[in-house]
Design a binder for this molecule. Structure first.
Ligand code: CS2
Length: 477
């Protein structure tokens, strides 16, 4: 039997029990332009906006893909509709209606230009990964990057996120409109401040007055985003089709938990009504999340892969590994944090481990292991810095970093792909490694938080102790 495609017309025939938009989608207008229509955006932010639309129709999303046309095309065929599968022992499915239109920027630059310049567009959001902000390690815009250099040469025909944001702001200023509020939804520390810096620095090279106007008038609230979202696959499509009775080519899956913390900024819309936590201490939430959840994830991923585990569930079912991750969080990571008022770190960490162990989620460790150079730098290196400052021991903290080096060594020797902005250099280092801590740690020196002897000695010891199989203290060393 051929299944009917999910669309506004077929929605009436969805299986009973599936949540569908409760508002009249025909009355929605576009108020948000979003760059990066990937799975995390659809699992997280578009879900919050769906709740918002139940009481305020001004905030439909225009999804923009800077590269590739597959997602916007599939969403367009489906009238913007798609399914979220919430994975738990009793899974639930909901169809989300907040995506009002979806465009591929290279194909429809005029549509994007019009949306950015429209008075009704008040917010621009993005999930473009750290790489999308084109910042150098110093935090300054990398004007030598090819897409940034090209956009600076022809700012009215942009191709990059930053180029588009500035072009849209230029158009708004020319027609006396207020700037839009720009909200980064990437899992980075200080995402609002980083975005501001990139946008203002780009604008200052185009038109210094424009840069001053943006810096003075525009808002870039920081955020913390959280929901475990394994990549979508064919099995998910089949599962969604079975549950809903409709064919969705762009479904997403995530855990039931979903959290969005945003810097309080007198916002319109009423984000709090949609379930967003507004706070003056985003940094406190963000650090707790990046270090505890993401720090534990990366630890489980590198050690787990070395130990022959495939998913987070398998890693948490490995008693030695689960115990190590819990001890690391409790003894080494938690002491590096200053939690926001009202956040009980021990309870938070316990809840994180329950979420990671969710038996209904098939979350591949290989997905978490991507982009290690970027992830370790925000998840674990600040913890190492804090431990050094407070003279706490580094032995346990060195283990996940050593496991990452062992993981790179394994990939390089097997000839399997390393996914990381520094992939080429990492593959070279992995190939040159000998398996001996004193030698190999120095090969990775440029990717470490520091190279003073206290750190390199702890890393070399950890590297030798875990070996190529990711052994842990309880395994007998
Ligand atoms: C994961 C995150 O892939 C990864 O690196 O640690 O995507 C994690 O699942 C999310 O940050 C949870 O909010």
């Amino acid at each position: 039997m051929t299944l009917e495609r999910l669309s506004p017309q077929s929605l009436a025939r969805v299986q009973p029990g599936i949540a569908v938009p409760t508002y009249d989608r025909r009355s929605i207008t576009t108020g948000i332009v979003h760059f990066g229509p990937g799975a995390f955006h659809r699992a997280h932010q578009a879900f919050f906006v769906d709740k918002l639309l139940a009481t305020d129709s001004r905030w439909g999303i225009c999804d923009v893909a800077l590269r590739g046309t597959a997602t916007p095309e599939a969403l367009t065929v489906q009238g913007g509709l798609y399914t979220i599968a919430e994975l738990s022992p009793s899974p639930s499915f909901r169809i989300v209606g907040s995506i009002h239109e979806a465009v591929a920027a290279p194909t429809y630059p005029e549509v994007l230009r019009a949306r950015l310049a429209a008075a009704s567009t008040r917010i621009v959001t993005m999930t473009v990964t750290e790489n999308g902000y084109a910042l150098m390690p110093s935090g300054d815009l990398d004007t030598a990057r090819s897409e940034i250099a090209a956009d600076l040469a022809t700012p009215s025909a942009p191709t990059s996120l930053i180029g588009w944001l500035v072009e849209g702001l230029r158009l708004r200023r020319a027609s006396n409109l207020a700037p839009y509020t720009m909200i980064s939804c990437d899992n980075l520390s200080d995402n609002g401040a980083r975005l501001r810096r990139a946008v203002v620095q780009f604008a200052s090279q185009v038109e210094p007055d424009l840069a001053r106007w943006i810096d003075g008038e525009a808002r870039f609230p920081g955020t913390m985003v959280d929901s475990i979202t394994p990549a979508s696959d064919e099995a998910l499509k089949a599962r969604v089709a079975q549950a809903t009775g409709l064919l969705d080519m762009v479904p997403v899956q995530r855990e039931p938990f979903v959290q969005w913390v945003m810097e309080d900024h007198d916002s319109d819309p009423d984000w709090a009504a949609a379930g967003v936590t507004l706070t003056r201490d985003v940094a406190g939430y963000e650090q707790a999340k990046l270090r505890i959840l993401n720090g534990a994830h990366s630890t489980l991923a590198y050690l787990g892969l070395l130990r022959g585990r495939r998913t987070t569930r398998d890693a948490m079912a490995d008693p030695m590994l689960a115990a190590f991750a819990r001890t690391l969080v409790g003894q080494d990571i938690a002491p590096s944090l200053t939690p926001p008022a009202g956040l009980d770190l021990a309870a938070y960490a316990e809840n994180v481990f329950e979420r990671i162990a969710n038996p209904a989620i098939e979350h591949h460790l290989g997905q978490i292991a991507f982009d290690g150079t970027l992830k370790l730098a925000i998840r674990l290196y600040p913890v190492i810095e804090a431990a050094i400052a407070a003279q706490r021991p580094l032995d346990r903290l060195a283990i996940p970093v050593a496991a990452w080096m062992r993981f790179i060594r394994r990939r390089a020797r097997e000839g399997t792909e390393i996914i990381d902005p520094q992939a080429e250099r990492l593959a070279e280092r992995g190939t040159a490694s000998t398996g001996t801590g004193a030698h190999d740690v120095m090969l990775f020196a440029e990717f470490l938080p520091r190279t003073d002897p206290a750190i390199t000695a702890a890393l070399a010891r950890a590297y030798d102790a875990i070996g190529d199989g990711g052994l842990l203290p309880g395994d007998g060393w």
